[in-house]
Write a protein that binds this ligand. Sequence first.
Ligand code: PHE
Ligand code: ZN
Length: 883
Amino acid sequence: MRTDTPQTIYRKDYTAPTYLVDTVELGFDLDPARTIVANRMTMRRNPDSIRRDIELVGEDIELVAIRLNGKTLDQSGYSIDGSVLRIPDAPDTVTLEIETICVPESNTTLSGLYVSNGNFYTQCEAEGFRRITWFPDRPDVMARYMVMLRADKARFPVLLSNGNLVEEGELPGGRHYAKWEDPFKKPSYLFALVAARLVCQEEQFPLADGRTALLQVWVEEGNLDKTDYAMQSLKHSIRWDEERWGLELDLDRFMIVAVGDFNMGAMENKGLNIFNTKFVLANPRVATDIDFQGIEAVVGHEYFHNWTGNRVTCRDWFQLSLKEGLTVFRDQEFSADMIGTESGRAVTRIDQVRTLRQAQFPEDAGPMAHPVRPDSFVEINNFYTVTVYEKGAEVVRMYQTLLGRDGFRKGMDLYFARHDGQAVTCDDFRMAMADANGRDLTQFERWYSQAGTPIVQAETRYIEATRTYELRLIQTCPATPGQPEKLPFHIPVAVGLLGKDGRDLPLTIDGQQKGNTAVLELTEADQTFVFTDVPEQPTPSILRDFSAPVVLRHGYSDAELVHLFSHDSDPVNRWEAGQRLAMGRLLKLTGMAGANSGADALDLDDVFVEAMRKMLADESLDPAFREQALLLPTESMIADQLDVVNPLAIHTARQFVRADIGARLREELLDQYQANQTPGEYSPDAASTAKRALKNLALSYLCAAPDAESLALAERQFDEATNMTDRVAALSALVHARAPVAAEALQRFYDEFQGEALVVDKWFMMQATSSTTDVAAVRELMKHPAFTLRNPNRARSLVAAFCSGNPVQFHAPDGSGYAFWAEQVIALDALNPQVASRLSRAMDRWRRYSPALQEHMKKALQQVAGQAKLSNDVREVVSKALS
Ligand code: PHE
Ligand code: ZN
């Protein structure tokens, strides 16, 4: 924790490391109260660097001794300035030995070496390794690691690190040791160790080249009944990477370790992935379908990093999306391929679009907006964002859309051929794509350098006499902090034209047949595309499969939208038409609710309700697709469309629509509720998951207009559920409907699952996000014995869930929600700046609220900013919000 003004780091200031590290030998004497770390590095001067000082960084560690080529350095041999240790005028090759001490048990930041439930774990990305030893802790320094772990054998029977186990044995005094060697060179952020009392599920798994690998999933003893799905997902991931990309596991052993205290989802340390328990532990009793999906995706994600991130890594942290955008894209494709069906693939795509709109578009429109490759940051931990991850994945997806699947694969192959073992940049990736396909992707670079969500305005004209159809596309991009003016992007716009019968019209452009979907390349600010031989006035289906992360504007009539919603062969745009129909109504109703301050005069038209009725009952369609089609845009998405946000009006309008659908489609909802039961043994497969999703959506609509029968249905489902998906769906329907039995059901749920931390998180979250839970009730919940701010999952499940997931109560007119926010940000910051900083982002959009709310929000922001002691993490966020 520093109190001086935080420093901004700029991408343009990159300089090569002065020294390279060839080998690192680390010796750990592990003791929670006092761990001794011995670090022996062989280093040599970097020919690419003009400076000749050795530069190491360290943080929160006590320096005991430092030796250069065998000679102890005294204070005159080096200098320490802040976190930088400098050895001037060093020889060309050196062996540097450094001994330090750290205190894992009092490390509440969960960065570096820390203790969770009595066990040791590390987290080194992005800059945690410097909290373990002095080191050139930057990703462009890649070295080979040998690690010796020593610890008390009874307390820490399992000793793990990266790579291969080369030796283990006993030591005097009840201690033991294990020696690990990683055959691949890696940046320090991929280092990991675990010293713990754990058990594992393991198996030998055959690889494509005939080798076998030992796969292990390590958990605390009571959780061995929850490792099957993670193991299965790991095997699927390995197979998929071989089959889809020709990429093999390069190690003889691959380990996953689950830890209850973890800041993020999981971490791709070489051969030793460390996971938040949330993305490992599952069985039908405690995990929902969404949890199972999350595990598959995150296990895949971390595994895929082994090539995209580890074998080829980032030159500097500005390039973070090089590994994250690409790896998210890979895990998205993996999840889609695992479902296998066309409609299943579409549903995963729709989910991705929802995430972008729910989280990334707002980020791009707020004070923390930044390009996929940022130009500057104060704290890199603040840039593990939806922009770097999800928009970054969209950018990677656009290469595939522009180059085709085969062209994209060629680009990937060239990328690995050129850069295996290197630390590179987003430009290197783009050049590999360009060169492998003989394409000029110069303009495409703007996706990396310009922040903000582009807006594409579409205008159309059908000329009957010439049977031509003109599609004019005009692109603009709003100003973002530091970027007032934007240049045109290179945007792939996938387009289809629907005839009156709802079928795709074959497309011809410039005399060329384009099939049913043409990928137009919009590169100018204003560009017109002409389709010829168009037999009739078509309905345009623009941005099929969400071919670019943009906002598409087009003056669709209701009739056109209903036509698309009923017929579009592109499922994403079919869904999109429904979202547009819904959003039109929600915005109008929000305006009315704001003016009348109430739901009394609200009214929903038949066109919309009938479109929804037809969709709901169309059993030729995948239930998963119907569920997505019936889900309304979220309150946050509605807020994003408004210049002045009135959270209560939005909530009132959306609840009204939900209740009205619940009442008017009652028969159909009941039918679907019955038709989509999944009797028999629970399975998280796509077909069963889809049915449960639609069934539980039906239940939630029925309970939005609660009558005795609907509530009884929910109550019965809660009582009889044999899996967590159905159980939480029923409970949350009861809670949100303010059912008389809700309190008692919550209590029973808690009693039954109090031993399952991840389920207790759900219990807190369900209450935190219910519009019946006000600040006072949250404060009450914080007194519950199961609550603690120290555990990130728990803090998020109550405090963050309330601030970001309960807009009506958080934005209470008296400002009490904001005062609570300030208080919690400050309290959390003293423990864990990364978690505090995420929470501090809940105020990003404060300038969009009514003046009265803004006043309160500003005060709360200023209160946090005014703290003398504040982490760089939180300081960066609140000062950008206020600036
Ligand atoms: N690199 C991790 C991932 O994407 C995320 C992470 C970042 C985890 C920083 C911990 C710390 O998979
Ligand atoms: Zn990642």
